[in-house]
Design a protein around this ligand. Structure first.
Ligand code: SF4
Ligand code: SF4
Length: 516
């Protein structure tokens, strides 16, 4: 994590005249000067920047960070437009030996550029806003997932998106699941059922009375597109005796930071921080299955927003595998387990690397019999969230990803593995491989009778019926009283829907389908 000081009354020796600039209003007490002054121009950041490597016109992170910051202060210059070419991969942040807060500088500069220099009537602004607010689109699209998937798969839609909106026509839109993670969670019985299962697991493990609780930050993609990742996380954590709560939440803000939409990110953080802080107060640790979400909660929030509880959220947030490695004997638990998923080509997302998580998935998963995973190297996948979806960045994104594609193809097998949903999209786009999340592999080894594991290995069957039956029982009890958490989730969805339509949400009035 970078070390920008916030707030600061540090004295720069010999410079008593120093007057901190207001980078943007919400963060007016953040002072980036001590960080900027740490830069000794070694250019390590530039040599680690994947965009600078393939785009000669991109000036690189050193310019975007400390140099531009100084220039701006000295001559009150506008932020250079090239800041919009930075993909926010944050590799420079990780590479800098002097802990210059590069990504904080980039995020601040991007926010200022969009606020002051980008026309709010331009297509670029609205395209970027649309991409940044994926959750709103996904919330609507997932109301009628089959229809949305059909429409988004039409060639006509791709042509429209490219010609009118500037969204790369080559990209395939990710499919919406027919049941979101939150729908599944509610239908299963929410926190109440998770607590019962966790207690049973703790008794089994001889840990009765232990206090084990996590708050799951599922983010947008696990909710709307890959609920199987969220289900895997819930089942794996319950296996270890953790009761799971799923607080109200909005987008982590990652795509908003990358597009300079800091007001949108702030609004999302204004929901996420108090909700997660309350769960922490209640004894939970926060776990994310997406490494960009955990990055955002851990680093970008405290760097950019002064919200009550933000430091607690930052210091109590973990990535899904990381938490189990630290708090459980994960490798011991996996010894003697089996999962038939050989020949995995693993890519470490840049944001995982930035949190020091590179290498952990391979190290953990290869202790499972039947799992073989090969690291495909240190290169960036190139997509960086919304960056590779923009028509003007598509080619750059694919050039950056070329090394990863080649290494994946050289590895045995045709299944990829990664923690980041957009890296997964790029891996699939560049190779045609099926992509799994490490938590799905853990689930296959530790909870081999879960419906998802059964479906992946046999065609589904008996256990799905068993779980559906349990869900029916739970729905009955929900109708009689329900859980506070499920009620809160319903209210969130209703509020979401009312925000945009002025009408209550149909889903909030009806019982969840309980399908799947
Ligand atoms: S790596 Fe850090 S110290 Fe080196 S040039 Fe970049 S910002 Fe400056
Ligand atoms: S965040 Fe990534 S793309 Fe942006 S300057 Fe740093 S290394 Fe380059």
């Amino acid at each position: 994590m970078s070390d920008a000081e916030r707030p600061t009354d540090d004295h720069v020796p010999g410079d008593d005249e120093f007057d901190p600039i207001e980078v943007f209003p919400e963060a007016d007490e953040m002072d980036l000067r001590p960080g900027a002054d740490n830069c000794y121009k070694c250019s390590t950041c530039d040599t680690n920047c994947p965009v600078a490597e393939v785009d000669d016109e991109f000036p690189g992170p050193k310019f975007q960070g400390p140099e531009q910051w100084r220039l701006k202060r000295q001559s009150d210059q506008d932020v250079d437009a090239s800041i919009m070419k930075c993909s926010n991969c944050m590799r420079c942040d990780h590479a800098c030996p002097s802990e210059v807060p590069l990504s904080q500088m980039h995020n601040s500069a991007r926010g200022e550029y969009v606020e002051e220099r980008m026309s709010k009537r331009s297509l670029e602004y609205w395209r970027n806003r649309l991409l940044s607010n994926y959750r709103l689109m996904a919330h609507l699209g997932s109301k009628v997932p089959r229809l949305t998937n059909f429409v988004m798969g039409l060639t006509l839609t791709s042509v429209f998106n490219e010609k009118v909106l500037g969204i790369a026509g080559e990209r395939e839109f990710p499919e919406f699941a027919t049941e979101t993670f939150r729908e599944w969670w509610r239908a299963r019985g929410g926190h109440e059922v998770s607590r019962e299962r966790a207690e049973a697991a703790r008794d089994r493990r001889g840990e009765s009375g232990a206090d084990k609780k996590i708050a799951y930050f599922h983010g947008c993609y696990s909710n709307y597109n890959t609920p199987e990742v969220g289900k895997a996380l819930v089942r794996v954590y319950e296996h270890f005796g953790y009761e799971v709560v799923v607080p109200e939440q909005r987008c982590s803000g990652t795509p908003m930071f990358a597009n300079g939409m800091l007001d949108d990110a702030r609004r999302a953080a204004d929901t996420n921080v108090p909700e997660l802080a309350a769960a922490i107060e209640d004894g939970a640790d926060v776990i994310a299955s997406c490494t960009s979400c955990s990055m955002s909660l851990r680093q970008e929030y405290p760097e950019l927003f002064d919200i009550d509880g933000v430091d607690d959220v930052s210091s109590n947030t973990w990535e899904g595998l990381e938490y189990l490695r630290v708090h459980e004997d994960l490798e011991g638990e996996l010894a003697g387990t089996r999962a038939d998923v050989p020949n995995l080509a693993y890519h470490t997302p840049c944001h995982a690397r930035n949190q020091g998580l590179d290498g952990q998935a391979i190290e953990v998963l290869t202790t499972i019999d039947g799992v073989e995973a090969q690291d495909v190297g240190e290169s960036c996948s190139g997509i960086s969230g919304t960056y590779g979806w923009k028509e003007e960045h598509y080619e750059t994104s694919m050039q950056i990803g070329e090394e990863m594609f080649e290494h994946m193809e050289r590895a045995d097998g045709d299944t990829g593995l990664t923690e980041c949903p957009t890296c997964a999209m790029q891996m699939e786009h560049g190779t045609g491989y099926e992509i799994k999340h490490p938590l799905e592999v853990l689930e296959a080894a530790l909870v081999p009778d879960s419906p998802e594991t059964a479906r992946a290995t046999t065609d589904g069957g008996v256990d799905e019926v068993g779980e559906a039956g349990r869900r029916d029982e739970v729905r009955g009890s929900d109708r009689e009283g329900g859980t506070d958490e499920a009620d809160r989730e319903d209210r969130t969805d209703e509020a979401d829907h009312e925000d945009r339509t002025g009408r209550p949400d149909r889903e909030g009035q009806n019982e969840p389908s309980g399908a799947n």
